[in-house]
Design a protein. Structure first.
Length: 251
């Protein structure tokens, strides 16, 4: 029996084979002492393991093992990852103009438009306007957030019209009061990318429509309406009416 063991121990001593180290710990070591001398076996293959286990079985050797394991990556690892995010959204075109809280805010009433009614007036001055009729309108909120057009449109180039004037001498009287409209604000020309500057749009007493294209703007807006004094004719009595529409329209 001892002879068999000695032969086995010699075979064990000759089979000290090492395998390449793995990424995860997997260690199997054997060591022992026989009549032929000491032996070690480190990470053996199949036959080396058999010999190491044989030494353990015959109680001439010992064994050490260490195993470690963890799941591997689900995909190949990369040192740098670059991801591009495409961001998008939409802003709707809008134009704003604060015109008060009810319809009455836009009813502009000049009241009594004074004419020369004194019986001591020269006949060439009788029934003529005493002075100009004016209206000043201001809003602190106006503008458009895209290229736009500002438009002023009167319902009649004649201005305020007395449509029930009855009969009158057209050489001496008239039934209309011409007026001009002037709007002013801070803005830029269409397509321009620059600091806003003073912008104006005027529709003269003889004109009906005026337009001005603009880039996006926001500012206060002033609108001045002026009916100059009529000095060559008198005004027929009655109600004088007219309409002016301001339009801000995104293009």
């Amino acid at each position: 029996m001892k002879k068999i063991l000695c032969g086995t121990a010699a075979a064990i001593a000759m089979a000290a084979v090492a395998s390449p180290a793995a990424a995860q710990t997997s260690e199997r070591h054997y060591a022992g002492t026989t009549g032929l001398g000491d032996y070690t076996i480190t990470n053996p293959g199949g036959f080396g393991t058999f010999l190491g286990e044989l030494g353990v079985a015959f109680q001439v050797g010992t064994r050490y093992t260490a195993e470690a394991s963890a799941p591997g990556n689900t995909e190949d690892a990369t040192r740098t990852v670059s991801v591009r995010f495409r961001l998008s959204g939409r802003v709707q075109k809008d134009c704003s103009f604060y015109a008060g809280n009810d319809a009455g805010a836009t009813d502009i009433d000049f009241g009594i438009i004074g004419v020369r009614t004194g019986n001591n007036e020269n006949v060439n001055n009788a029934f003529e306007m005493v002075g100009p009729a004016t209206a000043e309108i201001e809003t602190l909120t106006a503008g458009c957030n895209f290229n736009n057009v500002v438009e002023i449109r009167k319902d009649s180039a004649r201005g305020l019209v007395n449509r029930r004037a009855g009969g009158f001498d057209t050489n001496e009287f008239q039934n209309n009061i011409p007026y001009s409209v002037n709007a002013s604000w801070t803005g830029v020309a269409r397509g321009a990318r620059t600091a806003g500057t003073a912008q104006t749009l005027e529709v003269a007493t003889t004109e009906r429509v005026g337009r001005l294209q603009q880039g996006a703007w926001r500012s206060a807006m002033n609108i001045d309406i002026t009916a100059p004094v009529i000095t060559d004719k008198g005004l027929v009595a009655g109600n004088y009416r007219g309409q002016t529409r301001l339009t801000l329209r995104a293009l």
